[in-house]
Design a protein around this ligand. Structure first.
Ligand code: F6R
Length: 613
């Protein structure tokens, strides 16, 4: 949560910092700030700090898009408040007295209270409620002309997660950075060097990027980059070339990133599936899991948060049916603390778009501690989860900017389908013919998603009718229950309409008492075995006054006997239906939020990457 950026080189820093922060605003957007070595007094270097509460545009206005802030070296921050309300004083950069040390931070210092009390006993004065100010004071205390030494001491004293960008006042032109459990990258170019929380922040300036590992300290000047470990020994690091371009992280004519990303789903799904199909068969050699390992798996434990958790729910229904293997699904925040008992030969699968979600990362570590192999399904290359997992399945969704996930979700579904086929083959549950049929159908999914997108006006029209609802329910059974969970989350997070998803059979055990005249209930029904049952549940809510929207596959026309309005998606194999029904549910959420005039890409209280517990 929070984004950091830094630049040192030959160009004016502030416009570059603001530009970078704009690309990171999805990580947090309640306040922002920059610190730049000022050129005001040449003899005596000083650091100018400018901060503003609210969206980044306030900082843009205050600084004439950065032009009014002179200097060629600085750091910046966009905040998602954790410690202390959004305010100028709590926004970053934070600094110790006289700005001897100035810091931007993404993460949480867990022992900050204890450190703060100790510092206060020694006479330190605090002005903010942030955990980050502790870092600034500690560095100020440890700093005695050797920044690497001060940072290394800091690392021995603070607990928690951090990606820090640091300026020392008597080191003009130099940026120091360090990370533990929060993302940090370094970029280099002939015009200068960069730090950032994520690639899009610097992609306009360079593709030459290094993904920093945990507990690595970096020193940057305009010409040079050095890496050190916690014991101050210098390290060698590899740089990689980013293949995708800036356009992938721009709106490209769409009103919102969310809509653009919804439209990118056919490509994202295709890009995730195609490289894994060789001669009509699924090939996941990249996972480095031998046939013996695959066939020895007795159980699967899936762990994730939010929408990625809904992918796990889908996977459970799908894999248990297709592979006949027990699949347990846990929320990462629960798994990490519930002292899980995992049977031998349990494969743990962690799903995460960002690869940085704190709970998912902790769950991964817990599973490894228990001696289990972890397979991660991740979108961001080089992210913490990708690095720490035993095998990685990259979803090739490209950068996802909108806080509400859409294309990453769709590629995660594609990933679990491919995994299910491979596991099914290894366990003798999927024969060659079944594989061939599934592969063929998987390759048709992108085109079917395109067809749904062509009908978006019908969904938009419907969404406008319900944009002032107070409550909206989603019901489904089996795989459709998993899709309902996702539809409901998508709607509530961006439209702020209260919404719940229910396994349709569970509704009458309490929740049905909430159904009253005019309330919208969305019934998702793609599974033929459960279709009649779901229709009965829809009749039950309709007879209590609900307005019923049916989402089903072409051919299930008797849906219209009960639903007030029906949205059809193309037919596919029922085990892949989640990939199609989710599209109208995403569009419904998008158009409801649009109808309410809300900031679709940056819903209140949320951030894209949840790197805190
Ligand atoms: C909802 C959404 C979140 C994420 C969740 C996990 O639209 O985006 O629920 O799915 O925060 O994030 P990742 O996948 O990055 O671990």
């Amino acid at each position: 949560m929070c984004g950091i950026v830094g630049y040192t080189g030959s160009s004016q820093a502030a416009p570059i910092l603001l530009d970078g922060l704009e690309k990171l605003e999805y990580r947090g957007y309640d306040s922002a700030g920059i610190a730049v070595f000022s050129k005001k007094k040449k003899s005596e270097p000083s650091i100018e700090v400018i901060k503003a509460k609210g969206r980044l545009k306030v900082l843009f206005e205050m600084t004439d898009s950065g032009k009014s802030v002179k200097g060629t070296c600085g750091i910046g921050h966009t905040r998602w408040a954790t410690h202390g309300e959004p305010s100028v004083v709590n926004s970053h950069p934070q600094y110790a007295k006289d700005k001897r040390v100035v810091v931007v931070h993404n993460g949480i210092i867990e022992n900050y209270q204890e450190l703060k009390e100790r510092l206060m006993r020694d006479g330190c004065e605090f002005v903010s409620a942030t955990d980050t100010e502790v870092v600034a004071h500690l560095l100020d205390r440890y700093y005695d002309s050797d920044p690497i030494d001060a940072i290394s001491k800091l690392m021995y004293h603070v607990r928690g997660s951090y990606a820090l960008g640091i300026l020392f006042q008597d080191r003009p032109g130099e940026i120091y950075a360090v990370r533990k459990d929060s993302p940090l990258i370094v970029g280099r170019s002939s015009g200068g060097n960069f730090i950032a929380s994520d690639v899009p922040a610097i992609l306009k300036y360079t593709r030459d990027v290094c993904f920093i590992e945990n507990q690595v300290i970096v020193r940057l000047t305009g010409k040079d980059i050095q890496f050190f470990d916690v014991d101050k020994a210098e390290l060698k690091k590899e740089f990689t070339q980013i293949q995708w371009d800036t356009e992938a992280a721009e709106k490209g004519g769409f009103k919102h990133f969310m809509l653009k990303e919804i439209y990118e789903q056919p490509k994202a799904v295709r890009d995730t599936i195609s490289p894994r199909i060789k001669d009509g068969k699924v090939n996941l050699e990249e996972l480095n899991l031998s046939q013996e390992e695959l066939s020895s798996i007795r159980r699967i434990q899936m762990v994730a948060c939010g929408s990625a958790y809904h992918v796990c729910m889908t996977a459970r229904y799908m894999m248990e049916e297709l592979v006949r293997i027990p699949v347990d699904v846990d929320l990462a925040s629960e798994f990490r603390y519930r002292k899980p008992v995992l049977e031998e030969n349990t494969l743990v699968i962690v799903i995460s778009q960002s690869g940085e979600t704190a709970d998912s990362l902790a769950a991964l570590r817990e599973a490894k501690k228990l001696g289990h192999k972890v397979l991660a399904v991740v979108n961001v290359v080089g992210s913490s989860i990708a690095r720490e997992a035993d095998s990685v399945f990259y979803t090739w969704a490209g950068p996802e900017i909108s806080v509400a996930t859409t294309k990453a979700y769709s590629t995660q579904l594609a990933a679990v389908y491919l995994l299910a086929i491979v596991l099914g083959k290894a366990r003798g549950m999927v024969d060659e013919q079944a594989e061939a049929e599934m592969v063929e159908e998987l390759q048709r999914l992108p085109e079917k998603i395109e067809r749904i997108l062509e009908e978006k006006e019908r969904i938009q029209w419907f969404a406008n009718k319900f944009s002032h609802s107070k409550d909206i329910f989603f019901i489904g059974r089996g795989l459709d229950y998993a899709s309902s969970l996702e539809g409901s989350l998508k709607l509530k997070e961006i439209s702020y309409i209260h919404s719940e998803a229910y396994a349709a059979g569970e509704l009458k055990h309490g929740t049905i008492s909430l159904i009253e005249d005019g309330i919208l209930v969305v019934g998702v029904a793609t599974q033929s075995e459960l279709f009649e049952k779901l229709i009965s549940n829809m009749v039950e809510v309709k007879s209590r006054g609900a307005y019923v929207l049916g989402v089903t596959s072409y051919g299930n026309y008797n849906m219209e006997d009960v639903a007030n309005y029906t949205i059809y998606v193309p037919k596919t194999m029922e085990c892949f239906a989640a990939s199609l029904v989710v599209i109208p549910l995403q569009l419904l959420a998008y158009y409801v939020a649009l109808g309410k005039g809300l900031d679709v890409d940056k819903p209140r209280n949320l951030a894209k990457s949840v790197t805190v517990e």
